[in-house]
Write a protein of this length. Structure first.
Length: 495
């Protein structure tokens, strides 16, 4: 087994374990132990620091990913690349810090009455921005040194396990909320410290500069990539952060907390899509290198139908079990049903486009992806500013649905127009029809008058059996049929 394959498997294991731990901490434990305002505070701190830290990199992660190979030379300390990374990061942090101090009086004044917790803990943003920025820079640098799993382990798994232990300590009254927030900041900051120590231990973090190595053509290319990196990086983070920031701006931390928990349930739809994106990029890039459009089209179609199959099943399970979800959550989280439905639907549409993002980003038209992200963010903010004041958190979910659907539609059209690639076939309509049948089965089953877990198991089992059986019978997915045949052979039902 090669290094890339081993690291891909390990990274996927870390990501999925992190998802499981994150589900228990975010969706089940935090709403039970904390008020909706406290949950809102944590999510706003994460959202604001994510935006600031992404900006603070000044797009240098994009430079690292595309140009580090030109600097690579272990005997010459990679021609001063570590120094360059740190210097750019410190410059970006200085700019971010200045803007923070400029905006702080307004933030304090606008939140003093509606969100006093944010005012109380606002200073935690400074270390969060600093350490999260350095993690982004060091993680990209470390990946280029052929270590793609350490960063995933730190950010996807270790951080969530750390939060779980903090929540257990909070539940047992070993710490109060102030101490919990301090601990949360520490575990979010720790990955950057660990990565710096690891790079120093491996003798890959020499801060000696090599200004003479960067000639005019290379400098020009670095600046261009950094600009696109700022736009693309900020856009990606803004899509997952701006809704929470604006909800607090228009309303308060309490509504932000309720929205964040409901949003988390809706985001479950994209779990298979994220894993696919990490694995497929290298394969698609190799296909572009050989200009093998037939292979790319095949990957595009298969990724689309497989993601529609998985995403549609998860969507149906979520929507038909809303009553069970809100049985688990405290009463103050009621009213988030439409957030789950709209965010789930938005993510289902995104999932159905398969690897469209990876096809564009690995092609010679990669800059289109940056432009489209910028347009998507502008559209998203416009929709949020229209709908959030009217519909509150449901307006934020509606804004996400409209902007993501429009962006997905435009991406599919662009690939069809420019590259003659199209993911949808008659099979997709069959899958949707089967989904409607499975949904009807889920709605026909009455709410069982027992413990909610019994209702959850019976409903999910019935939906899954109907959906998977019909999908297998109509040969919706080759991958599904292959797994089903292996399972039946294992049970010796077929030979």
């Amino acid at each position: 087994m090669g290094v890339i394959q081993r690291q891909t498997i390990r990274g996927s294991v870390y990501s999925y374990l992190g998802v499981v731990v994150g589900f228990f901490t975010t969706a089940l434990i935090m709403p039970r132990l904390m008020s909706d305002e406290q949950v809102g505070l944590i999510n706003v701190l994460v959202a604001v620091s994510a935006l600031y830290s992404q900006f603070s990199t000044l797009g240098f992660t994009n430079v690292t990913a595309r140009l580090f190979s030109y600097f690579r030379d272990k005997d010459k300390n990679h021609n001063g690349f570590a120094f360059l990374s740190v210097a750019v990061g410190m410059t970006g942090f200085a700019i971010a810090l200045i803007s923070f101090f400029v905006l702080k009086p307004y933030i304090v004044e606008s939140n003093l009455e509606k969100s006093p917790l944010l005012v109380q803990y606002i200073w935690y943003l400074v270390p969060l921005i600093f350490f999260r920025m350095f993690f982004l820079i060091l993680d990209t640098y470390n990946k280029m040194l052929f270590d793609a799993t350490t960063g995933t382990f730190l950010s996807d798994l270790l951080y969530r396990v750390g939060n779980l232990f903090l929540l257990i300590a909070f539940f047992l009254h070993w710490i109060n909320f102030t101490q919990y927030v301090f601990g949360y900041v520490v575990i979010l900051s720790f990955p950057a410290v660990y990565l710096a120590g690891l790079l120093i231990y491996r003798k890959q973090f020499n801060l000696q500069p090599r200004f003479d190595f960067i000639k005019a053509p290379l400098r020009k290319e670095m600046i261009s990539l950094a600009v696109y990196g700022i736009i693309g990086g900020l856009s990606s983070v803004a899509l997952t952060s701006v809704d929470k920031i604006l909800l607090n701006e228009y309303y308060n931390l309490s509504m932000t907390g309720v929205y964040s928990i409901s949003f988390f349930f809706g985001s479950i739809i994209l779990i298979p899509n994220r894993a696919l994106g990490k694995i497929s990029s290298t394969i698609i890039a190799d296909a572009w290198k050989e200009n093998d459009l037939k292979k790319i089209d095949d990957i595009y179609y298969k990724s689309s139908i497989n993601q529609l199959f998985a995403g549609l099943l998860l969507f149906i399970l979520l929507v038909t079990n809303l009553h069970n979800i809100f049985t688990i959550l405290p009463p103050e989280y009621g009213g988030g049903e439409w957030v789950i439905i709209l965010i789930s639907l938005a993510n289902l549409i995104v999932a159905s486009t398969g690897v469209s993002v990876q096809i564009i980003s690995t092609s010679h038209k990669y800059k289109i992806q940056t432009y489209s992200l910028g347009v998507l963010v502008i559209l998203t903010i416009i929709f949020y500013m229209i709908f959030i004041p009217i519909y509150g958190m449901n307006g934020a979910a509606l804004g996400s649905l409209l902007s993501l659907s429009l962006a997905s539609f435009m991406r599919v059209l662009y690939l069809n127009w420019n590259m003659k690639l199209f993911p949808y076939r008659l099979t997709h309509l069959k899958c949707l029809a089967i989904g409607m049948v499975a949904f009807a089965v889920g709605k026909i089953i009455p709410v069982l008058p027992y413990h909610f877990l019994i209702d959850l198991i019976v409903r999910c089992s019935a939906i899954s059996v109907v959906f998977i059986s019909l999908s297998n019978a109509f040969r919706i997915s080759d991958a599904l049929n292959l797994m089903t045949d292996k399972f039946l052979k294992y049970l010796r039902i077929i030979r």
